[in-house]
Design a protein around this ligand. Structure first.
Ligand code: IMP
Ligand code: MG
Length: 178
């Protein structure tokens, strides 16, 4: 099932890039006195989150949220429903939203607005992949692993119909039916 994926970023590439991002994040938050929380959006971010948090060398908490987009499923509409909320309060904490892939940006913008209302000290966004040619809303992303073209990718947590998440690399499906 996995020999129909053409590798775009190898396991080695991803590890190296995440190391770089984690160093920047560590430096950015090195002088804070309030708590730092990484908030992963499920399910896509679970592997990225696991690798990223283990490279960040300052104390922090992790929490997860699952949201679903209303709409036809192809283009996210920007109306998001919280399926699983955070376990902890984020008031006065510094939070980093950790996302696998930002496409239109609709989902992330909505999540940002929801979390902002809860009074965190600061919010930044960290995404592994960015398809910025598809952006429909204005959002500022502080850390981007890779900018990619508008092609459908899978692996490293990212799915096609719930499959392919386990691949240690990121790639394109070259034949959907094989
Ligand atoms: P948007 O930014 O609200 O349009 O939605 C981004 C979400 O759409 C991502 O977090 C993925 O769940 C999904 N998505 C967008 N592009 C891809 C892709 O190439 N492969 C798999 N999922 C994708
Ligand atoms: Mg996602």
């Amino acid at each position: 099932m996995t020999n129909n994926v053409k590798i775009l970023f190898s396991e080695h590439d991803i590890k190296y890039r995440i190391n770089e991002m984690a160093k920047e994040i560590t430096k950015y938050y090195s002088n804070i006195t309030e708590k730092l929380v990484l908030i992963g959006l499920l399910k896509g971010s679970f592997i990225f989150m696991a690798d990223l948090c283990r490279r960040i060398n300052i104390p922090h908490e992790v929490d997860f949220m699952t949201v679903s987009s209303y709409g036809n499923g192809i283009i996210s509409s920007g109306d998001v429903k919280i399926i699983k909320d955070l376990d902890e309060d984020i008031r006065n904490k510094h939070i980093i939203i950790v996302e696998d892939l930002v496409d239109s940006g609709n989902t992330l913008k909505k999540v940002y607005e929801i979390l902002e209302l809860r009074g965190p000290n600061s919010i930044t966004i960290c995404t592994l992949l960015d398809k910025n040619s598809k952006r429909m809303v204005d959002i500022s992303i502080t850390w981007i692993g890779y900018s990619i073209n508008d092609e459908f990718v899978v692996g490293y947590g990212i799915d096609y119909a719930q499959q392919y998440r386990h691949l240690p690399y990121i790639g394109y499906i070259i034949n959907m039916h094989s």
